[in-house]
Design a protein around this ligand. Structure first.
Ligand code: ATP
Length: 358
C-alpha cells in the first residue's frame, strides 16, 4: 500500500497582525496536517493567542492568508468556519445539565432530535462523562468541567479544534492526567487539534508537531523529538527542556570556551570559526568521569537533589557562570555515590554537543 502525503488542513501563509505600531504576529507561515495534534508554543507575548484567534476568525490578519482545506477563510465569519475554539474559561451554561450543555450547539444547528441524542450519547461515552450527564456544571470538578467543554466542542465535529491553554486552570496532577486523556481523545475522534500553550513540557508530551514562537516570529516547527534533539537556535534550546551552555568562540571542529577549554561538536553551516558562539549539552548527556569522552570539564559538586528516577547534580565548572546541571539515572547514582563538595570530571560526546551563534 502506498502512503500519500498527509493532506494539509490549515495553511497559514505569511500572516501578520499589527495593533497600531505594535506587531503581535510578524509574518508566520505554517502548514497543519490532517489529524495532527499541533501545538503553538512560546513565552508570554509571543503572539500565539493572537494567531489562534485569527484562525478562529475573532481577529483579522493585517496581511497574509489563512486557508482551510485550501479555501481562503478571510470572508468567513467565526460561526461559519469549520473550526471550533475551546475557551480557557469553558463558558458552560450554569443552569443546564451536562447533556444539555453538549446538545446546545447541535440544537442551534437545527439537527433532528434523534441525531442530536445519538451524537451526544456517543461523545458522552468518548469523554467518559456518561455517568455525569444529568449534573449541572457546579456539581462537577474542574477536570470534569473541562471535559464537558471539550465534549461540547467535539460534538459539532469541527474540521479543526482550537484550544487556548486548555489545561491552564487545572492543578499539576490533574493536568498531567488530562494531557494523556486529551491526546487519547484526539486520537479517537480523529480531528485536527491546534493547542496554544506556554508550557514546553505540555507541548512535548501532547503534540505530534509544534511551532516555537518568539516575538511574533516562528523559530522552529517540527516534532517534539527533533525540537528537543536539534533545536534551531539558542532560544529554542533553552526554552525546551533544560540545557547547559558554555560561551566562547567557534572553532573549526567545535568551540573554544572562555576559559580556553576546547569543546568538540559539529559546527553548523553559517557559524564561521572565530565567531562568538555557544556550546550546549543536555543534563542527561553528561557523565561523571571522562574516560573515552570527546569533551571533559573539571568541576565541583555544589548541590545534589534526589528526584526518584534520577539524581540531579549542580556542578560548578569554569565553562559557565552558572553551574552545570547533570542528571544521573538512579542506576548510575547507585554505582557511583556522590557528595556535595566532591571534585569530579564531567564527560560528554561531540555528538551530544550543539553549537549556536551567540
Ligand atoms: P500570553 O501567553 O501571555 O497570552 P501570547 O503569546 O498569547 O501571550 P498574544 O496575546 O498573542 O501573546 O499577544 C502578542 C502581543 O500582541 C503582545 O505584545 C500583546 O500585548 C499584543 N496584543 C495582543 N492583543 C492586543 C490588542 N488587542 N491590542 C494591542 N496589543 C495587543
Amino acid at each position: 500500500m502506498s502512503v500519500g502525503p498527509v493532506p494539509i488542513v490549515l495553511s497559514i501563509d505569511n500572516v501578520v497582525k499589527r495593533y497600531g505600531s505594535a506587531t503581535a504576529v510578524a509574518g508566520i507561515s505554517l502548514d497543519i496536517r490532517e489529524n495532527e495534534f499541533f501545538a503553538l508554543l512560546g513565552p508570554s507575548g509571543c503572539g500565539k493567542t493572537t494567531l489562534l484567534r485569527m484562525l478562529a476568525g475573532f481577529e483579522t490578519p493585517t496581511a497574509g492568508r489563512i486557508l482551510i482545506d485550501g479555501v481562503d477563510v478571510a470572508p468567513v465569519p467565526p460561526n461559519r468556519r469549520p473550526v471550533n475554539l475551546m475557551f480557557q474559561s469553558y463558558a458552560l451554561f450554569p443552569h443546564m445539565s451536562v447533556r444539555a450543555n453538549i446538545a446546545y450547539g447541535l440544537e442551534m444547528e437545527g439537527l433532528k432530535r434523534a441525531e442530536i441524542k445519538a451524537r451526544v450519547d456517543a461523545i458522552l461515552e468518548t469523554t467518559h462523562l456518561a455517568p455525569l450527564a444529568d449534573r449541572r456544571p457546579e456539581q462537577l470538578s474542574g477536570g470534569q468541567r473541562q471535559r464537558v467543554a471539550l465534549a461540547r466542542a467535539l460534538v459539532k465535529r469541527p474540521r479543526v479544534l482550537l484550544l487556548d491553554e486548555p489545561l491552564g486552570a487545572l492543578d499539576k496532577k490533574l493536568r498531567e492526567a488530562m494531557q494523556i486523556e486529551l491526546k487519547r481523545l484526539q486520537h479517537e475522534v480523529g480531528i485536527t487539534f491546534v493547542m496554544v500553550t506556554h508550557d514546553q513540557e505540555e507541548a512535548l508530551v501532547m503534540a505530534d508537531r509544534m511551532a516555537v514562537l518568539k516575538d511574533g516570529r516562528l523559530l522552529q516547527c517540527d516534532g517534539p523529538h527533533a525540537i528537543y534533539e536539534q533545536p534551531a537556535d539558542r532560544f529554542v534550546a533553552d526554552f525546551i527542556g533544560v540545557m547547559n551552555f558554555a560561551d566562547g568562540t567557534a572553532a573549526v571542529d567545535g568551540l573554544t570556551a572562555k576559559d580556553g577549554t576546547a569543546i568538540r561538536g559539529e559546527r553548523p553551516a553559517g557559524l564561521a570559526p572565530g565567531a562568538a558562539a555557544v556550546a550546549a549539552v543536555r543534563p542527561e548527556r553528561l557523565k561523571l568521569g571522562a574516560e573515552g569522552a570527546d569533551n571533559r570539564a573539571a568541576g565541583r559538586i555544589e548541590a545534589v537533589a534526589y528526584h526518584g528516577l534520577d539524581l540531579q547534580l549542580h556542578v560548578r565548572t569554569a565553562l559557565s557562570p552558572k553551574p552545570f546541571l547533570v542528571r544521573l539515572t538512579a542506576d548510575a547514582a547507585d554505582r557511583r555515590p556522590v557528595a556535595i563538595g566532591e571534585d569530579v570530571v564531567l564527560g560528554w560526546s561531540a555528538a551530544d554537543t550543539r553549537l549556536f551563534p551567540a
